[in-house]
Design a protein around this ligand. Structure first.
Ligand SMILES: NC(=O)c1ccc[n+]([C@@H]2O[C@H](COP(=O)([O-])OP(=O)(O)OC[C@H]3O[C@@H](n4cnc5c(N)ncnc54)[C@H](OP(=O)(O)O)[C@@H]3O)[C@@H](O)[C@H]2O)c1
Length: 296
């Protein structure tokens, strides 16, 4: 099967590529100014999602059957400061690619976010009301609204906070930032008032591949097994990597002078992911243990 993955060098895109079925033929797009090596299965292509004509050409040439659209601006603070570009990438970029999918009969998998919830009524199931409290969340929800009107089969996947190993040239995540500080014996301050059920990036990729293989085109909230604070998450990571937990200090939202408030509790119900996709949410111990095993 021919598959197009946008945002292929991001945390989720990397996990999708690492876990893809060997029979899939993949074109993988990204944005940055770097080269990344192709192999027999994956062809990388630098192509901005705002470049509609570029994607039209790619579709005519490659003819993907499924598109997994992970490309996005993902930082709530960046989004708040750069509203125009965030709308262009997260909303118009999604619209562009969906529109081409409809014309070329490709199925569309849109990656949304826990950022669509306000955090006041956790745990969240797929049918719960979406009420974003920041601009990033608004753009992800607007993307969902566009996708829900699609004239082609679609799925909406909502990962919650992900951890895992990113490419060395990509942004880190809460766990990798903390590990690199703890390894240098530096103090790590972590929110003890933001709750989620953190998700290992490969676990999210596994759920997406299930959607593709079993044609489960539906809406899924994808999370890990435990509801914890970010402080608890970093403690678990320090324990798994045998680093000094005394260096981790609990702080409250506002400590980092962040521009944008994060929803305080967006933890998920995972029943639909378990029953509908047959994916067991990983515990933090399991996810972090795999992370340790695959460290390069
Ligand atoms: N990470 C999380 O904790 C989390 C939580 C909830 C939802 N999500 C959602 O999950 C998806 C994947 O997140 P992620 O963490 O894997 O993202 P990420 O690590 O920030 O990577 C984003 C990817 O999108 C690409 N990209 C950005 N702007 C683009 C554009 N204009 N055209 C083409 N490609 C572009 C980036 O390319 P370059 O790097 O080359 O610029 C990169 O490959 C996103 O939709 C995000 O909203 C993530």
């Amino acid at each position: 099967m021919k598959i197009l993955i946008t945002g292929s060098t991001g945390l989720l895109g990397k996990a999708l590529i690492e876990t893809a079925d060997r029979n899939y033929e993949i074109v993988a797009t990204y944005l940055g100014n770097y080269d990344i090596d192709d192999n027999y299965q994956i062809k990388y292509k630098k192509l901005d999602t705002r470049d509609k004509a570029g994607y039209e050409y790619l579709f005519r040439d490659f003819k993907p059957k499924v598109v997994i659209h992970t490309a996005s601006i993902g930082s709530p603070d960046y989004a708040e400061k750069n509203k125009e570009i965030t709308w262009d990438v997260n909303v118009r970029g999604t619209q562009n690619i969906l529109y081409i999918c409809e014309r070329f009969d490709a199925k569309f998998i849109y990656i949304s976010s826990n950022g669509i919830y306000d955090g006041n009524k956790a745990p969240y199931g797929e049918e719960d009301e979406a009420k974003p409290i920041n601009y990033y969340g608004q753009t992800k929800l607007e993307g969902e609204r566009i996708v829900q009107k699609a004239k082609t089969p679609y799925a909406i996947i909502r990962p919650i906070l992900m951890y895992g190993w990113p490419h060395s040239f990509e942004r880190g995540n809460i766990v990798t930032f903390a590990l690199s500080k703890l390894e240098k014996c530096e103090v790590v301050n972590a929110y003890d008032d933001v709750y989620l059920n953190p998700l290992f990036n490969r676990s999210c990729a596994e759920a997406i591949w299930k959607v593709v293989k079993e044609e489960k085109y539906d809406v899924f909230n994808i999370g890990g097994a435990e509801r914890v604070t970010i402080y608890n998450l970093i403690q678990e990571a320090a324990c798994a990597f045998k680093l000094n937990q005394d260096l981790i200090k609990p702080v409250q939202q506002g400590f980092f002078n962040e521009l944008v408030k994060r929803p305080s509790d967006t933890s998920y119900k995972t029943e639909k992911m378990e029953k509908g996709l047959g994916i067991k949410p990983l515990s933090l111990k399991e996810g972090l243990c795999i992370m340790k095993e695959i460290r390069q």
